[in-house]
Design a protein around this ligand. Sequence first.
Ligand SMILES: *[C@@H]1O[C@H](CO)[C@@H](O)[C@H](O)[C@H]1NC(C)=O
Ligand SMILES: *[C@@H]1O[C@H](CO)[C@@H](O)[C@H](O)[C@H]1NC(C)=O
Length: 318
Amino acid sequence: MSLLKKSTLLSFLLPLVSAGASGFGHAFSSGPTADGNWIRTANSTLVVPSPPLPQKGLLSLWVGMGTSNGDLIQALVESYNDNIDYDCGVLDGDWCTLASALTSNGQQGGTQVHANAGDEVQMNYLYNDDTGNYDQYVLLNGNLVSTFSTSSGKALGWGTAEECNQAAPAYPCGLTPAHSWINTVLVLDQPQPDYSNTFGTFGASGTLTSSDGGKTWTADKLTIDAWNYTPTCPDDDGYKLTTLDNSVFDTTCNSDFVGGELKNSTMGSIQDCVTACDETENCFFAVWDGRNCGLKSSVAEKVVREGMIAGSLISKGC
Ligand SMILES: *[C@@H]1O[C@H](CO)[C@@H](O)[C@H](O)[C@H]1NC(C)=O
Ligand SMILES: *[C@@H]1O[C@H](CO)[C@@H](O)[C@H](O)[C@H]1NC(C)=O
């Protein structure tokens, strides 16, 4: 189960501004609704993309609704580090989907099931007039697989998100492939012809339109661009990389550490490189040149070298 930060709550209401390895990627957002108005129904279907490359970190794809009592109605399609999720089991190339809400009691949700690239996951949210709850229905290729219902007040906005959980152990999420949300339909309580004024797009194409004066808003397809969470130089210079064992490495762009070499082998990323260091006895420094990872016990000299990233252990985890 993910432990998404509370900042999630407002993110979809505002144009998202974030970069590099930080939490939120591209999005389409709508809301808030006009005073007194709210969203009755929000249905949308994710065409599940390939898992992130590398499949690291806790990456969540979702459509969410922020509500009047501060809840976030938020079914999820999530990717974890390889096979460490205890609810969905071994993912290894798959995703995990569930109905879910972030409430004052934390993240809660329904049954979790595997989803694969190419699957269609419907995230349907319906206000229930009898109970005053929002009922969530998550369908996988047309079959109902997960439900959840919360007393959350009224939904004031709706949007998509690609989110890398930054809570410890915050492993960067890698490259999130572009993906599409299809057959989106929002039904507002009252017509709001200018609801489109609240739309925000950041690395997203497609939009919602209404043909009934602003009560029902639909989009055949909203496409969300790829987002690379991998720390890159020079934007993420100084990024604090956390390993899966909770150790923290300070990274410096265009920097090489000379001396103290323990090992040098091919690795796909700086996070793999510092993780290898964390798992190697007597290793305190790791340098990655885009191809090879050098593990070091000590540093004789720090030199400027274009294209290299150097990591220094600043806090040892478990
Ligand atoms: C939204 O989804 C619900 C539950 O799956 C379904 O009953 C309803 O017909 C859908 N509404 C629209 C407008 O598509
Ligand atoms: C690894 O070894 C190769 C061959 O000696 C060298 O060219 C490269 O700079 C080394 N890379 C790192 C990151 O230490």
